[in-house]
Design a protein around this ligand. Structure first.
Ligand SMILES: [Zn+2]
Length: 205
């Protein structure tokens, strides 16, 4: 009985001290962990920027090319909206742009304009850049790039088409029927094939 009382008394005496010690240790550990993680993320960001500094310049160039593309692209012939986005590409030959309003796709051949050719040559790199952004969106690198490239953070999320991030305004007044611009609707199960200089057809794979 007296042993039980002395154990109970010991626990009552030492309990609060143990609780405070544990809380303090946990607090210090979490502080250390988050500080370490912050330092690690900043280091990763610095390393990426050192190796990919050219990417920021290249992004600026691509945005300029999109501005030029807008000058040679008519507004949507279905809904008259001028807001467009990149949607797909095939090698260095075909560039698919999409009306952001009614979602109709337009396919431009590389001969649509000089900037189309330049944009096509950047597509693989652009997709890779946006995938890096999506992967690191909650880390220092992703947050820095989203801010630096003036992107909407709510649009950078898994499952998006990386190319849809690249938007531009169509400013050409003519209708969307001039050669060599063709309208198609792309689905995942369709393949787009160029037919000579003036034709494109789709077929079910
Ligand atoms: Zn439209």
């Amino acid at each position: 009985m007296s042993l039980s009382v002395s154990i109970q008394s010991f626990i009552l005496d030492i309990g609060p001290i143990l609780l405070v010690s544990f809380s303090l240790s946990l607090f210090l550990f979490l502080n250390w962990y988050f500080a370490y993680d912050r330092i690690k993320q900043k280091k990763e960001k610095r390393l990426w920027l050192t190796r990919n500094m050219r990417s920021l310049v290249r992004y600026g160039d691509l945005m300029e090319q999109l501005e030029h593309l807008g000058q040679t692209t008519p507004v949507c012939k279905q809904c008259n909206d001028f807001k467009m986005q990149l949607w797909n590409h095939q090698h260095d030959e075909l560039l698919v742009v999409r009306c952001r309003s009614c979602k109709i796709n337009y396919t431009l051949t590389k001969d649509h304009s000089d900037c189309t050719r330049l944009i096509l040559s950047n597509m693989e790199w652009a997709i890779e850049l946006i995938n890096i952004l999506i992967k690191n969106r909650h880390k220092a690198l992703g947050k820095f790039l989203i801010r630096k490239l003036a992107l909407d953070p709510s649009c950078i999320k898994p499952g998006i088409n990386p190319l849809e991030v690249f938007c531009f305004s169509a400013k050409k007044e003519d209708e969307f029927i001039i050669d060599p611009v063709f309208e198609i609707v792309l689905n995942e199960w369709e393949e787009v094939l160029p037919l000579g200089d003036y034709g494109i057809r789709t077929h079910v794979a």
